[in-house]
Design a protein around this ligand. Structure first.
Ligand SMILES: NC(=O)c1ccc[n+]([C@@H]2O[C@H](COP(=O)([O-])OP(=O)(O)OC[C@H]3O[C@@H](n4cnc5c(N)ncnc54)[C@H](O)[C@@H]3O)[C@@H](O)[C@H]2O)c1
Length: 345
């Protein structure tokens, strides 16, 4: 039987590259598109080493409609799109809201237009728990009302979800919106991981960079939040668990099991850990003492959020296989491998 072909946008990035490996292992053909604004092509090498497959790659800004359309004329047999491409730094979005709205919404709009024009049957969107805003409900499930987003980044995800619902209603494309909690960790092989172009704003890569000496110290943003130790609480999900969820969501859509045009799933592990608890977990797992200091709150951060993922568990048959120790161990291995490579050049 002919393999189904999937376009992965943002595929040289962190979650995209892990998902491509899972897709290839599950028997899909993959086409990758990315402008490498926050990644580089080295992840394609990691994908090749892990799967033996060299995937077609388009270096393209998906905001450029005309250039992006080449992917669809070259590959008229696409069955689905997994749309990861976006800028994702909450703090940067507060400083540069125009950049975030332009990049995240225009690229999405172009992909939705291509779905309609080329009759793509399935569309999976990287949403985020930031759509819940500074919620007082924990754990949050998919029915939890959305509050005002705490940052322009979060608002691009809220608006993105609405654009998908409006554009795909009464179309031949069905969609799943995956609301990720806090993806972290790296591939068990040590060949793929988070490798952003700019200084990472997410906690785990900031921890590993501080541990290896790439940054002098780590700052804990806010120590007076109403949580058990004063630091923010988040739900950390291993990137390999997250990547596998995309394959399950895609299988679900392609097998015709979804009745709705658009459906939503939370992806977290259902457990909230504070920043200080995460630092402690890293130190325990690796034996490395972290240089960190207490700092002020950072604009755009919510107090505490963790997921109820029972809907993904029931419909997609997904459950997390990894915990915080796996996250810390794999992230640390990845950071050490990455630093060795940089030094040897
Ligand atoms: N990592 C997280 O903490 C997190 C949490 C929730 C949701 N998400 C979402 O998941 C998706 C993937 O995130 P990630 O962590 O892998 O980030 P990432 O930055 O590693 O990957 C995103 C990729 O998209 C590319 N990109 C951005 N704008 C583009 C454009 N206009 N055209 C082409 N490519 C473009 C970047 O170069 C990058 O490779 C994003 O949509 C992000 O908002 C991430």
């Amino acid at each position: 039987m002919k393999k189904k072909k999937i376009l992965v946008t943002g595929g040289t990035g962190y979650i995209g590259s892990h998902t491509i490996v899972e897709l290839i292992e599950a028997g899909y053909d993959v086409v990758c598109a990315d402008n490498c604004i926050n990644s580089d092509e080295s992840s394609l090498q990691g994908i090749h080493e892990l799967t033996g497959v060299k995937i077609p790659f388009y270096r393209v800004d998906l905001c450029d409609r005309e250039h992006s359309e080449c992917i669809f004329t070259d590959h008229p047999d696409l069955s689905g799109i997994i749309h990861f491409a976006a800028l994702k730094a909450v703090g940067e979005s507060v400083e540069k809201p125009v950049l975030y709205f332009r990049n995240n919404l225009n690229s999405l709009l172009n992909m939705l237009e291509m779905c309609l024009k080329y009759n793509i049957s399935s569309f999976i969107f990287s949403s985020s728990c930031t759509v819940y805003g500074d919620t007082e409900t924990c754990p949050v499930d998919e029915q939890t009302p959305l509050k005002e987003a705490a940052s322009p980044y979060g608002r691009t995800k809220q608006m993105g979800e609405e654009m998908i619902c409006d554009c795909l209603a009464n179309s031949k494309t069905q969609s799943i919106l995956l609301r990720y909690f806090n993806p972290a960790g790296a591939h068990a092989s040590g060949l793929l991981g988070e490798s952003p172009m700019n200084a990472p704003q997410n906690l785990v890569p900031a921890i590993t960079e501080a541990a290896i000496g790439k940054r002098q110290e780590l700052t804990v943003f806010g120590t007076d939040y109403p949580t058990r130790d004063g630091s923010c609480v988040r739900d950390y999900i291993h990137v390999s668990d997250l990547a596998r969820a995309h394959v399950l969501a895609l299988n679900y859509l392609l097998s015709g099991k979804q009745a709705e045009a658009v459906d939503i799933y939370n992806l977290g592990i259902g457990q909230g850990l504070s920043v200080l608890e995460i630092i402690q977990a890293f130190e325990q797992v690796t034996g490395v003492k972290l240089p960190y200091r207490m700092g002020d709150r950072r604009p755009g951060d919510v107090v505490a959020i963790y997921s109820d993922y029972s809907k993904a568990s029931k419909n997609l048959k997904w459950k997390p296989n990894f915990g915080v120790e796996d996250i810390m161990r794999t992230a640390w291995t990845w950071e050490q491998n990455r630093s060795m490579k940089t030094k040897s050049y």
